[in-house]
Ligand binder design. Structure first.
Ligand code: UGA
Length: 462
């Protein structure tokens, strides 16, 4: 499958699939399963969401997904409902894709939605079927739920449970689902493995690596992967802290490290660090669960990974303050970006919004502009100003701070931008700007982990 966004191979063994929970992960999964040729029923408790999806509208920003949703609806293989009875009757394989957010007042994952979804569905299933968890969960959940669903279901032990972790990234959801780096099946029986193999047959046929594992390993794969990614980001950001104390340049350091193929350059991008609905809460929940299991020391470093990440946000505020003559009160700050990363409207645990909030709390007048996330950001922090366009955001700014590296911001012309602001001062929180070009146009530039007057990349590479 060279281009995962072009029409995909049809399965030779169509199945009846339900997808419970049509948020980010579930909606994408339901659409992609229908594209693979299966008959799919997407289920959610939220009637507004279901109505939107049934009408071909994706209730969040995800490039490519609206077109694929329409394609799947047009095929007649994808339907949506709020009726769990219908789902129980319809499906042979049920994917549970509900969220596991961080619990209020604790690092633990909130398991309420997962537990409810499995239990409610199991109570309605009367024949042999497979329940497949996709949510990111504490290790041991699948074993615990197996006992529970078999106890409450009229189907008893005919109802089996498997775990099939999902590794999709927001912004690349369709491609990551249809052409994943690998598939992981956590199963208790050969029948369960066969069911999953039939579901994913067109993807497996392209040579996608498959790891068949026990339930606990499959749960662990997911949290271990996210922990590794978070650790890699915090590693380079820890080096940025060292750079700041020594005058070294973390951008050049990352480039030099990335040429070592054992290290590689992906997820080694220094800056404001990680956020979103997954990495931050997953490493906290993992550390919490490891404590419960008596192996807390093994992953104690994850708390430091978290701390390094949070420190980057405060350091960005420091840089903006320094540029604003050491006092943020009354200063106009243009905050470019609110989403936790580009090509997303997701502001959950977004470093960008956190920085904007901290600047506001120090008395700055903060105007936020994000190409897609203004609406969601406004719901979380209504006190910040939101601009409909870039020009409105930056006009008259004392300091511009780039917080999410949207292409629109990378492409800015420093000369044009300079004519709009009050002072040509920019903090590049994402190492996304051409610093030499900005300086050549009279800008003062500060960025995390780089000296104020770095050797230009051209010289360094020469
Ligand atoms: C992450 C994982 O990458 C997916 O594999 C996983 O399936 C998903 O979580 C999940 O658990 O559902 P996602 O949250 O969409 O995906 O975002 P990433 O692309 O991983 O980025 C996470 C954060 O790290 C962003 O805030 C991004 O700006 C930051 N980041 C990423 C860096 O600061 N530096 C980098 O080099 C890379």
């Amino acid at each position: 499958m060279s281009d995962p966004l072009t029409p995909t191979p049809q399965t030779t063994s169509p199945m009846r699939i339900t997808v419970i929970g049509t948020g980010y992960l579930g909606a994408t999964h339901a659409v992609c399963m229908a594209l693979l040729g299966h008959s799919v029923l997407g289920v959610d408790v939220d009637p507004t969401k279901i109505e939107a999806l049934a009408n071909g509208q994706v209730p969040f920003f995800e490039p490519g997904l609206p077109q694929k949703l329409r394609e799947a609806l047009d095929s007649g293989r994808l339907r949506f409902t709020t009726d769990l009875d219908l789902a129980a009757e319809f499906g042979d394989v049920h994917f549970i894709c509900v969220g596991t957010p961080q619990s209020a007042g604790s690092d633990a994952a909130n398991m309420r939605y997962v537990d409810e979804a499995f239990t409610e569905l199991a109570q309605r299933i009367t024949r042999r079927a497979l329940l497949v968890g996709k949510s990111t969960v504490p290790i041991g959940t699948a074993e615990r739920l197996t006992e529970r669903v078999q106890r409450v279901s009229p189907a008893g032990t005919e109802l089996e449970l498997a775990w099939n972790p999902e590794f999709l990234r927001e912004g690349f959801a369709v491609a990551d689902t249809l052409a994943p780096d690998r598939l992981v099946f956590g199963v208790d029986s050969d029948w369960a493995r066969q069911q999953l193999a039939a579901v994913y047959q067109p993807i497996l046929a392209t040579g996608t690596p498959l790891v068949v594992a026990d339930l606990a390993t499959s749960e662990l794969v997911k949290v271990a992967a996210n922990s590794f990614l978070a650790t890699k980001i915090s590693f380079i950001n820890a080096m940025a802290e060292v750079c700041e104390a020594t005058g070294a340049d973390v951008g050049l350091l990352a480039t030099a490290l990335s040429h070592d193929t054992r290290i590689g350059g992906r997820f080694l991008q220094p800056g404001l660090g990680f956020g979103g609905g997954c990495l931050p809460k997953d490493i906290r929940a993992f550390a919490h669960r490891a404590d419960e299991l008596g192996v807390g020391q093994a992953v104690a470093f994850l708390r430091e990974v978290d701390s390094i990440n949070i420190r980057r946000r405060r350091r960005t505020v420091d840089l903006v303050r320094e540029m604003a003559d050491d006092d943020l009160a009354g200063k106009r700050i243009a905050a470019l970006g609110a989403a936790f990363k580009p090509n997303s409207d997701d502001v959950r645990d977004a470093p960008a919004l956190d920085v904007a909030r901290m600047l506001y709390l120090e008395g700055a007048t903060v105007t936020v502009y994000d190409p897609e996330a203004n609406g969601n950001a406004h719901l979380v922090y209504p006190d910040l100003n939101y601009a409909d366009g870039l020009i409105e955001a930056v006009t008259g700014a004392d300091v511009v701070v780039l917080l999410t590296e949207w292409q629109e911001f990378r492409d800015l012309d420093p000369a044009d931008l300079g004519r709009l602001v009050k002072h040509r001062r920019v903090v590049d929180g994402r190492h996304a700007l051409d610093v030499d070009n900005y300086r050549a146009n009279g800008w003062e530039v500060r960025s995390l982990g780089r000296p104020n007057h770095p050797v230009s990349n051209a010289v360094a590479q020469g």
